[in-house]
Design a binder for this molecule. Sequence first.
Ligand SMILES: [Zn+2]
Length: 195
Amino acid sequence: MSAAETPDPGAGAAVTPAAREALVVPVTAEEAPATEACPGCGAVLVVVPGLASHHAGASPSCSGLFDVTVRGLRDEAAADVQTAGVLQVATDAYEAQHLLPGRPAAAAARLCLWVARGLDPVRPPEHTGRLADAVPRTLPVPDRWTTTVADVAADLDVVDLPSLVRSWAEAVWADWSGAHEELCAAVDATQVVPK
Ligand SMILES: [Zn+2]
């Protein structure tokens, strides 16, 4: 059965033709919106013409979705340390999924702090550079991801963002399990963890 033969919902149904058209799954390739898989996290998202990526290693749609998802956090981070902490964890989770080849996985190492060590993500920024120097550049990058920004965005209506970011960071950290030892060793080498 083609879309044109889909039974009409009836005169009493509160579905406008336009809304119904948006709900109908396109039946031909010409009608389907173009999608692309993010080279970093693998999220398959609709291509938005003219949209440029703001994040190296991410597709334009993926980086755009991240920007939209954390926009509220960015707006409030300067005035609220808890919000700034959530933004830091979200940024590290995202960056740990969009690592360019040969670059240090400093964001993944910071997830050791926030997830494995349970530190408060509101940290002095000066340790960041030292961490990048301490992380090996040849770590095994995960080839699959349990949770992406697309999953986070999809659940925003039913779960609060701080909880989603926490779950996302934990999932990304778990995905990096092949390098946990090296990442946490880099954290220890920078001596940013209070003894
Ligand atoms: Zn991505």
